[in-house]
Design a protein around this ligand. Structure first.
Ligand code: FES
Length: 59
């Protein structure tokens, strides 16, 4: 996976930033939203953010 790829263009959040948030203790979509801001503006990226959170949580 490209960790520099932007998943949430509203907040400029990358795959790597989602991963860092999970590795820092965020376990749910809501916690990752709080930590990164991803998915808190238009919501178009929510499915992708959710999928990433699940994927990184299971690493
Ligand atoms: S693209 Fe993530 S909130 Fe808009």
């Amino acid at each position: 996976m490209d960790m520099d790829k932007v998943v949430c263009s509203c907040m400029n959040v990358t795959n790597g930033m989602i991963r860092d948030a999970v590795k820092s203790g965020a376990k749910t979509l809501e916690e990752v939203q709080d930590a990164t801001g991803a998915g808190t503006v238009c919501g178009a990226c929510l499915d992708d953010v959710k999928r990433l959170v699940e994927e990184f949580c299971s690493e």
